[in-house]
Design a protein around this ligand. Structure first.
Ligand SMILES: Nc1ncnc2c1ncn2[C@@H]1O[C@H](COP(=O)(O)OP(=O)(O)O)[C@@H](O)[C@H]1O
Ligand SMILES: [Mg+2]
Length: 241
């Protein structure tokens, strides 16, 4: 059976003043898949995620949700089941881990359901369970990233938008973060659109990928093909992937 297309960007252009951050971009995400967004700095990767979440000035083009056009507005997008974990591990550092998770579950009005969800994400992220009463600011960088991910799961999203989840983390922790991302996808069939510089780890969990350059999609292919084609070396010339 064909998988349903959850989300599509169709001919999307985004301009910041005179800067063309995205130029006629087509990107789609199917139910339950992990899709990689790659490209050099300034290529427009973060802008793609922000566009979906209603945080970028769309100049032209369409965003489709279940093949129907929508106008992305952040709170509506969250209600539809899309969660955005922006770059930089933005946790509320003077609130406890539990309080951070409660904020993540802002759309859950039933107290017991909120408790159940907190318990569930703590099952996935056991370190957060151990430290539930600790202030988020006391966590290590890796643990804060886990908290940011966990908070993003509190709405039980159908789609998770992740912007550079491994940035600034030690290699061992990067591995753990990627393992968790894969686990989230397998456990809940959450579709994930992920921007990441760690290309090897990224393509090991993603089924497909897009390469952006100067606001355009220059390549789109299956992860395996992207590996085999040598295109990655070309695009990221001189940089380790
Ligand atoms: N808020 C903004 N105001 C002005 N220009 C922006 C803004 N956000 C991004 N840009 C510009 O848009 C382009 C794409 O940025 P971005 O999506 O952050 O790239 P990437 O995530 O691939 O590094 C860059 O040229 C960047 O400088
Ligand atoms: Mg970025």
């Amino acid at each position: 059976m064909e998988k349903e297309i959850l989300l599509q960007l169709h001919n999307i252009s985004v301009h910041y003043g005179g800067i063309r951050a995205l130029d006629d971009v087509d990107i789609s995400l199917d139910e339950g898949e992990i899709v990689a967004l790659m490209g050099p700095n300034g290529a427009g990767k973060s802008t793609v995620l922000k566009t979906i979440f209603g945080l970028a000035p769309i100049r032209s083009g369409k965003v489709l949700w279940h093949e129907k056009e929508i106008k992305p507005v952040s709170h509506e997008i969250a209600q539809r089941g899309i969660s955005f974990v922006p770059q930089g591990r933005r946790v509320f550092s003077h609130l406890t881990i539990e309080e951070n998770l409660e904020i993540g579950g802002f759309n859950v009005s039933d107290k017991n359901e909120l408790k159940r969800r907190i318990a569930e994400v703590m099952e996935t992220f056991s370190v957060l369970k151990e430290k539930r009463k600790a202030k988020a600011g006391t966590l290590s960088g890796g643990q804060q990233q886990m908290l940011a991910l966990a908070r993003g799961l509190m709405t039980e999203p159908k789609i998770l938008l992740l912007d550079e989840p491994s940035l600034g983390l030690a290699p061992k922790i990067v591995k753990e973060v990627f393992a968790k991302i894969r686990e989230i996808n397998e456990k809940h069939k959450t579709a994930i659109l992920i921007v990441e510089h760690n290309i090897k780890s990224l393509l090991s969990i993603a089924s497909r990928g897009y390469i952006l350059d100067k606001g355009k999609v220059v390549v789109e292919d299956a992860s395996q093909k992207l590996f085999e084609s040598g295109i990655l070396e070309k695009i990221f010339m001189g940089k380790s992937i």
